[in-house]
Design a binder for this molecule. Structure first.
Ligand code: G3I
Length: 347
């Protein structure tokens, strides 16, 4: 039987993101697959601030507690996602009771309370935290998020300091997407180096790894692995998946923020994948894992963003209702041929 976590044992953890129904144990087949194939987990949504801290002084630990218990019962490495992210942050965080923007001091206090409460609750149990998520734009500049606008660049330093206070042993990461883009790579290196110069201790950089079958980014991906590890931090591939669907932006040149209507053209593989696409998917998965293996001394974990194709956020973004095939198990939880390609790399 082909088992991913066994094949890569001693190299790096092989992780998966768990959605709500998997954490609730509602889908037995998916849960069985998680136990069989993976030795690391991350919560896809339930630890995001709008979920775990929906109102001031109100936390919802129901799912996060179950998630952590699941990891412990199954001897898995448990990863926390995510503490400070401009997206999926509750509105109240940035407003006072009258709907006005809060002061710098209040927002810092809220960040501190949030991080101390969440990280503190799982101290010693959640081994890594995505402390800050997606703070750098594709052009390398810092995102002008509400955290940035209200607190200033210092919010980055503070977030890591609060997390370190709350759990000195946890590994603290900066996490982002499109990290293979040259300008973004430089921006992240600049930001992390600056934090290090300020005495902030940061353990790793998470490269999300939402790739697609057509983008020839492997060489650029390697440059980022090297550039990040030269900062003296570990690299993790935190959200790997590979879409096979056409990108509306490349086709139309539209802005990334544009809304697209569902069309057959954007969903060409509803009836199943043609063999040539399967072959490309398999060989690119193998190429990425070959790269990860080459740098196994720098990489501590490779996590897939979902268990099976049906779970993936890719089916719903940027247009809801598409049929994508970005993961290693199909909609019936059967292993896809890409697994053999990934195993062939290591055996
Ligand atoms: O659970 C509710 C459901 O009750 C409700 O009826 C439905 C209607 O909108 O929404 C459901 O929640 C959705 C949730 O996914 C679960 O499916 C949210 O609207 C939707 O916004 C959410 O999307 C998640 C997205 O982050 C935003 O938080 C995706 O699942 C998740 O895969 C995605 O993950 C992100 C990482 O956190 C950061 N990096 C990029 C990655 C992909 O976007």
């Amino acid at each position: 039987k082909s088992v991913l976590k066994d094949a890569y044992a001693g190299k790096f953890y092989i992780g998966t993101a768990l959605n709500e129904s998997q954490i609730e144990g509602k889908n037995e087949k998916e849960v069985a697959l998680v136990k069989e194939q993976f030795n690391a987990i991350v919560a896809e949504n339930c630890m995001k601030s709008e979920r775990i801290h929906p109102e001031e002084n109100t936390y919802d630990f129901t799912l996060p507690d179950k998630f952590v218990a699941f990891g412990e019962q199954n001897g898995m490495q448990i990863n926390g996602h995510t503490l400070i992210w401009h997206s999926q942050a509750p509105e109240w965080f940035f407003e006072d009771g009258d709907g006005n923007t809060v002061s710098r001091e209040v927002l810092i206090q809220r960040m501190k309370e949030h991080i101390h409460t969440v990280v503190g609750r799982y101290k010693g149990r959640v081994k890594t935290w995505d402390v800050v998520n997606e703070a750098v734009l594709d052009n390398g500049n810092l995102r002008k998020s509400k955290f940035y606008e209200i607190i200033g660049e210092d919010y980055l330093k503070l977030a890591f300091e609060f997390a370190r206070e709350a759990d000195p042993e946890a590994k603290l990461y900066y996490n982002d997407y499109s990290t293979a883009l040259p300008e973004k790579r430089k921006g992240i290196v600049r930001m992390v180096r600056k934090l290090q110069e300020q005495g902030v201790s940061i353990d790793g950089i998470g490269m999300q790894g939402h790739v697609d079958i057509n983008t020839p980014a492997i060489e650029e991906f390697e440059k980022s692995i090297l550039a990040f590890s030269e900062l003296g931090v570990k690299v993790m591939i935190t959200e790997f998946d590979m879409t096979v669907l056409p990108s509306p932006w490349e086709k139309t040149g539209a802005e990334v923020s544009a809304k697209f209507e569902y069309s057959k053209e954007m969903d060409p593989y509803k009836e199943g994948l043609p063999h040539n696409i399967v072959r490309t998917f398999d060989s690119r998965c193998a190429a990425f894992f070959k790269l990860f293996l080459k740098h196994e001394d720098k990489i501590s974990r490779v996590t897939f963003w979902g268990v099976n194709d049906g779970n993936s956020w890719r089916n719903n973004w940027p247009v809801p209702g598409r049929t994508d095939y970005p993961l290693l198990f199909d909609r019936n939880n059967q292993p896809k041929s890409a697994i053999d390609s990934i195993l062939a790399v290591v055996y």
